[in-house]
Design a binder for this molecule. Structure first.
Ligand code: NAD
Ligand code: ZN
Length: 388
């Protein structure tokens, strides 16, 4: 089959690789019909996530048709059209029972390696480095789905791939990011990053009753897309973010702030030079500019929600602001399984639409171009959907 393989920093190639086969009785093989490139894939592309190997198959946002089933998967049939959540979860451990699916205890075969990095191992993830299992991803013609009796959700008739594809990752991610903010009517929420996650979080925060959602970025077409979803936009190259946020909120600060940027934040100032230098010397793995701002500008007693991905350590972390302002910090890989069904219902009722972020539809063979324009914000790219 053909698959998108990681070949090194800023180098992905579509290669012919062996077809996946059933290994465990709870596996399924899916023929992928649509797959997307995620901001998380860009951290792999940049070489910022450890334990990637040449030839690893990328991709964790994908859906398709069941073509083979292990003998213990009783809830699916060949021919079913399914959405596959990006965390792999057993459905039976302490964490799955508590709906903390991305923390599953049984799906990362490389748990010992993850424990060295993070104290405990999270769930295995599709196409996301050997730290989280080294599973082959879904930017491919076929993919093996472990615990297929737990994760995949059948798609009801009448919905196109594009309408539901983002239920496998970024829509639940955005929902969880907003839910972490405990939004009350009248609240103001500020989001750093107008990428796919930030943009969908605007929509989710309004759906939960936020009165005003503010978004901060510098990429004009992304800010414009956010404006069309009624967000107040701040271009951080043109304005002093802190000053604008204080102005809008009568000096108090947003009730919740969301870091939808993650470990590769841009900044032109001295702080950026500092972070880049520390990063180059391997004294700091992540560049947390947006996180620092989200903490510094959140109102006292507010929530800082962090869907943005971090892989290691950050420096100059403003813990004093967290402690003295009484902030609550919430983060995590999305517990996709928890949100897929209720969000699918909302899509079906016409209450939620995530298709507005799609700017590019490309054949799988053009994945390298897709990564390039998404990473470098060329061709007004916001979200790429690939068709194998
Ligand atoms: P993206 O890279 O397209 O979006 C990031 C945006 O942040 C870009 O528009 C960029 O211009 C902007 N940005 C960079 N530095 C900034 C700064 N200092 N201030 C304000 N904006 C800044 O990626 P995405 O797909 O939207 O993903 C966003 C983050 O969410 C990534 O870190 C990704 O790994 C993470 N993610 C997490 C989960 C999860 O389960 N928690 C799921 C999906 C994605
Ligand atoms: Zn993702």
């Amino acid at each position: 089959m053909r698959a998108v393989c990681w070949n090194g920093v800023a180098d992905v190639r579509v290669k012919t690789v062996p077809d996946p086969t059933i290994i465990n009785p709870r596996d399924a093989i899916i023929r992928v019909t649509s797959t997307a490139i995620c901001g998380s894939d860009l951290h792999l592309y940049s070489g910022d996530v450890p334990a990637m190997r040449k030839g690893d198959i990328l991709g964790h946002e994908f859906m398709g048709e069941v073509v083979e089933l292990g003998p213990e998967v009783k809830n699916l049939q060949k021919g079913d059209r399914v959405l596959v959540p990006f965390p792999i979860a057993c459905g039976a451990c302490f964490f799955c029972k508590r709906e903390l699916w991305s923390c599953c205890d049984n799906s990362n075969p490389n748990a010992a390696q993850a424990e060295e990095h993070w104290g405990h191992s999270p769930a295995g993830l599709f196409g996301y480095s050997h730290l989280t299992g080294g599973y082959a991803g879904g930017q491919a013609q076929y993919v093996r789905v472990p615990f297929a009796d737990v994760g995949p959700l059948k798609v009801p008739e009448g919905l196109r791939d594009e309408q539901v594809l983002f239920l496998t990752d970024i829509l639940p991610t955005a929902w969880q990011a907003a839910e972490h903010c405990n939004i009350q009517r009248g609240d103001t929420v500020a989001i750093w990053g107008a990428g796919p996650v930030g943009l969908l979080t605007v929509v989710c925060a309004y759906a939960m009753g936020a009165e005003r959602v503010i978004i901060i970025d510098r990429v004009p077409e992304r800010l414009e897309t956010a404006r069309r979803k009624n967000a107040v936009i701040i271009n951080d190259e043109k304005a002093d973010v802190g000053e604008v946020l204080r102005d809008i909120t009568g000096g108090r600060g947003p009730d919740a702030t969301i870091d939808a940027v993650g470990m590769e934040a841009h900044d032109v100032g001295l702080e950026n030079a500092y972070d880049r230098a520390r990063h180059a010397m391997r004294l700091e793995t992540d560049r947390p500019h947006a996180l620092r701002e989200a903490i510094m500008h959140c109102r006292k007693g507010g929530v800082v929600s962090v869907p943005g991905f971090y892989s290691g350590t950050v420096d100059r972390f403003p813990m004093g602001a967290v402690a003295n302002k009484g902030l609550t910090l919430r983060s995590g890989q999305a517990h996709v399984h928890r949100y897929m069904r209720p969000l699918l219902d909302r899509i079906q009722r016409g209450e939620l639409d995530a298709t507005f972020i799609i700017t590019h539809r490309l054949p799988l063979e053009e994945a390298a171009h897709g990564y390039d324009i998404f990473k470098n914000k060329r061709e007004d790219c916001i979200k790429v959907v690939l068709t194998p």
